[in-house]
Design a protein around this ligand. Sequence first.
Ligand code: SF4
Ligand code: SF4
Length: 100
Amino acid sequence: MSFVQFATRDGSPWVPEYLTAISAELCIGCGRCFKVCARAVMKLMGINEDGEFCDPFDDDDGEIERKVMTLDKAGDCIGCGACAQVCGTKAQTHEKLAAA
Ligand code: SF4
Ligand code: SF4
């Protein structure tokens, strides 16, 4: 199988690896990946006691059990890999894109 390939500034081949999933079990919501992403692909969410996603910044009721990063705009990812470099829990899955 061949994959979508681009080039770096000097013409070297660059095969992007796109963010395709973030494990809610492994993610600790540290926000490091969010800070390095220039494409606003991810979004921090809260998880309440029922296991449902909720607004991470509205915890007046104290229902938020923990916070996790989620994949919000997957189609905007350019596959730069910066988020993978800073994730210490291996919560993310990245995949190459099969060439048509
Ligand atoms: S691979 Fe790059 S563009 Fe895609 S989500 Fe990670 S940091 Fe953002
Ligand atoms: S860097 Fe990893 S652990 Fe931290 S918020 Fe992102 S996916 Fe979760």
